[in-house]
Design a protein around this ligand. Structure first.
Ligand code: UDP
Length: 236
């Protein structure tokens, strides 16, 4: 019944804000946790990367006198905060979780390594990979491409607040048309802003398909897992 055996789910930090202008909206968090439970119940192995934009982005600090590397480290810490929140919300629903960190910070999370992550997912844990890649100048989109490739996920599911990739920003252009599927090369040539180029290139070079969909509608994650074409598939 499930189209994918193992997924890497990317959630943006910003979407965790829900209706708030900063931080974590408990209702949105609970909604995401319930959606994750729905697909966990289907036997899907789940790895998650969550951003930190609801708390801090390295780049936003540079204009205000922050050192870029320190700002990025703050951003990575923000992803750990979100990961802990998500793991707590999923745990409340009776699902085992492991927060893994790209930077050593036991006992907050276990230092990431591929083989432990796969073993945990095979034992039904939901693994949340935090602190991005562990390096400044990267994003959590790149972090999720990297983890998705490493854990040999069948697909990277990019949960956003729009229902796919459009010819233009649908929030600004009423004539924007949605793609059912699109190649990585088309994304480059059309200059579409799906993910940053580093993340897109990693997926392209390692043949990891990306499925972009609206995660803010309850039940959509399950629909994607069941193969319903509600978003846009990016492929080679
Ligand atoms: N970040 C980083 N290295 C990484 C991943 C993230 O330095 O590998 C920092 C960076 O400052 C970024 C912040 O963490 O702005 C939050 O991540 P991101 O902007 O990707 O979050 P999202 O937009 O998904 O909420």
């Amino acid at each position: 019944m499930a189209k994918y055996k193992r997924i890497l789910l990317k959630l943006s930090g910003e979407s965790l804000m829900g209706k708030q202008s900063f931080g974590i909206d408990p209702d949105r968090l609970a909604d995401y946790a319930r959606q994750i439970k729905e697909v966990h119940d289907m036997g899907v192995q789940i790895g998650i990367v969550i951003g930190g934009g609801n708390i801090f982005r390295g780049l936003s600090g540079t204009g205000k006198g922050f050192d870029r590397v320190k700002g990025d480290q703050m951003g990575m810490c923000a992803t750990v905060i979100n990961s802990l929140a998500l793991s707590s919300a999923i745990g409340t629903l009776g699902i085992k979780t492991k927060v893994m960190t790209a930077i050593r910070m036991e006992p907050i999370g276990e230092f990431y390594n591929k083989w432990n992550a796969i073993e945990y997912m095979e034992q039904d844990y939901v693994c949340i990979f935090s602190a991005g890649t562990g390096n400044p100048y990267f994003t959590t989109d790149t972090g999720s491409s990297l983890r998705g490739i490493e854990i040999e996920a069948d697909v990277m599911l990019k949960g956003t607040r729009v229902d796919g990739i459009y010819t233009a920003d649908p929030e600004k252009d009423p004539f924007a048309k949605k793609f059912k599927d699109i190649t990585y090369d088309d994304i480059y040539t059309r200059g579409l802003k799906v993910m940053d180029l580093t993340a897109t290139t990693m997926c392209k070079e390692n043949d990891l398909p990306i499925y972009v969909f609206n995660m803010d509608i309850f039940g959509n994650l399950k629909k994607v897992i069941e193969g319903e074409e509600i978003g846009t598939l990016v492929h080679n």
